[in-house]
Design a protein around this ligand. Structure first.
Ligand SMILES: *Cc1c(COP(=O)(O)O)cnc(C)c1O
Length: 373
C-alpha cells in the first residue's frame, strides 16, 4: 500500500501525486443519472464493479436504487461482500474448484450468482455449492455477437439451462447477454444495429426456454455505450453498465446521437500529476506515467488547460507538449489527466481522493484493486 495521498480537508495543491481523484459533483451526477434512467425505464440496475473496485462506491449505487453489483473476478466478489454488498453477480464463467469454493463460502451470507456456458462448469459449481450447503444463482451466458464467452443462442442455451435446473445447489435465473464489442462502436447507428441483432439472439433463446417450461426471470447485459438500447428493446430487464460513473477518453470518443463526443455522462475520474521538470518552454514532464494510468487506449487528455497535450508516456513520466496558447507550465504545477480507460487505471491505485469545490471530502480505499484471481 502506498501512503494515503491526502487528508480530508486538504486543498488540491496539498494532495500528494500521482493520485486518483474523483470529482464528487460529476460522480454524483453520473450516479443519479443512470439510476433515474433505470427507474423511468422500469429496468433493474446492477452496475459493474470491475470499474470502481470499491465497496463504498457499490453501496452508493445500491443506495441510489441498484439491486446489487456485478463483478468479473472471484476476488472482486470477496472484496464487495467484505465491504457490505449482499448481492453479487460474477458476470463470468468460473471452472476451478478452489475458486468455486471461495464463492460458495461467500454464498453463506450473500446472494451469489455466476454465468455458465458449458456443462463442466455446471458440474463443478454444483459440487462446490452442495459441499457448502448453499445455492448459487445461475445465468446461461449466450454469445450475442461479441465472440468471447457464451453458448450459441437458441436450443443450445436452453439445453444448458435445463442442465442447470437439474443440478443440485444451482438455481436457473436467466440469461447473461452482454455485447461488449458494441459498446465502443463509434456511432449510434452501428450500436443500434449490434443491439438489435443481440435482441434477436435473446428472443431466439426465450422461445425454447418457454417450451421447456423454464422461467427466465433475468436478462442481464448492457454497458455504458448501449444501455438505452437494451432498456428500450423490452428484452433486457437488468442493466450492468460500469464506466458511466467515471467516463474515460475511450468512451468520450464514441460520439453521441449526433456524432462528436459522447457527453451523456461527465468525466469524474482524473489522475492528478505534478510538473516535476520543465526543461524547455514547450515541454513539461509530470510524475505520472504507465504506473498511474493505463495506456492501451491512448494517452490521457489534459483537463481544463488549453493547448497542452500528453505526447509521450513511459513508466514514471508523462511528457506534455505545451503549445503557444498555453502559457508556460511551472515546476510544481498540478495537472488533471483524464485516463484513456477507467477500469485498468483504477486498478493501479489504493485510494480514491474524493474532491468537491477544491477540497478533499473523503478518501475511499480501492479494496478490490489487484483482485485478479
Ligand atoms: C465491462 C462489462 C460491463 C460494463 O461495461 P462498461 O463499458 O464499463 O459500462 C457489463 N457487463 C460485462 C459482462 C462486462 O464485462
Amino acid at each position: 500500500m502506498n501512503v494515503i495521498p491526502a487528508q480530508v480537508g486538504s486543498t488540491i495543491d496539498e494532495i500528494d501525486t500521482p493520485a486518483l481523484i474523483v470529482d464528487l459533483d460529476a460522480f454524483e451526477h453520473n450516479l443519479n443519472k443512470l439510476a433515474g434512467f433505470a427507474r423511468e425505464a422500469g429496468v433493474r440496475l446492477r452496475p459493474h464493479a470491475k470499474t470502481h473496485k470499491c465497496p463504498i462506491i457499490g453501496l452508493k449505487q445500491i443506495a441510489a436504487g441498484a439491486v446489487g453489483q456485478c463483478c468479473q473476478k472471484v476476488g472482486e466478489a470477496e472484496a464487495l461482500v467484505r465491504g457490505g454488498v449482499r448481492d453479487v453477480l460474477v458476470s463470468n464463467e468460473v471452472i476451478a474448484l478452489p475458486k468455486l469454493r471461495r464463492l460458495a463460502a461467500l454464498a453463506t451470507d450473500a446472494n451469489i450468482a455466476l454465468c455458465f456456458d458449458a456443462r463442466e462448469q455446471v458440474d463443478a459449481a454444483s459440487r462446490a455449492a452442495t459441499e457448502f450447503g448453499v445455492t448459487f444463482g445461475a445465468l446461461v451466458e449466450i454469445d450475442v455477437g461479441m465472440q468471447r464467452c457464451g453458448v450459441a443462442p437458441g436450443q443450445p442455451a436452453a439445453d444448458l439451462a435445463r442442465c442447470i435446473a437439474d443440478a443440485p445447489g444451482l438455481r436457473f435465473r436467466g440469461l447473461q447477454a452482454y455485447h461488449g464489442t458494441a459498446q465502443h462502436l463509434p456511432n449510434l447507428a452501428q450500436r443500434e444495429r449490434a443491439i438489435a441483432d443481440a435482441a434477436n439472439a435473446v428472443r431466439a433463446t426465450l422461445d425454447p426456454l418457454e417450451r421447456d417450461g423454464m422461467r427466465c426471470e433475468v436478462v442481464c447485459g448492457a454497458g455504458t455505450g448501449t444501455f438505452a438500447l437494451e432498456a428500450a428493446s423490452g428484452v433486457w430487464n437488468e442493466l450492468q453498465a460500469g464506466s458511466y460513473l467515471f467516463m474515460d477518453t475511450e468512451y468520450a470518443r464514441i460520439g453521441g446521437a449526433e456524432g462528436g463526443l459522447y457527453t451523456e455522462f461527465r468525466h469524474s475520474l482524473f489522475v492528478l500529476a505534478t510538473v516535476m521538470s520543465a526543461p524547455a518552454s514547450d515541454r513539461a514532464i509530470v510524475d505520472a506515467g504507465l504506473k498511474s494510468y493505463s495506456g492501451e487506449k491512448g494517452p490521457p487528455w489534459v483537463y481544463g488547460r488549453e493547448d497542452v497535450e500528453v505526447v509521450g508516456i513511459s513508466d514514471e513520466h508523462g511528457k506534455l507538449r505545451v503549445g503557444p496558447k498555453a502559457g508556460r507550465l511551472r515546476l510544481g504545477d498540478k495537472v488533471m489527466l483524464i485516463p484513456g480507460h477507467c477500469d485498468p487505471t483504477v486498478n493501479l491505485h489504493d485510494w480514491y481522493v474524493a474532491v468537491r469545490a477544491g477540497r478533499v471530502e473523503a478518501l475511499w480505499p480501492i479494496t478490490a484493486r489487484g483482485a485478479s484471481s
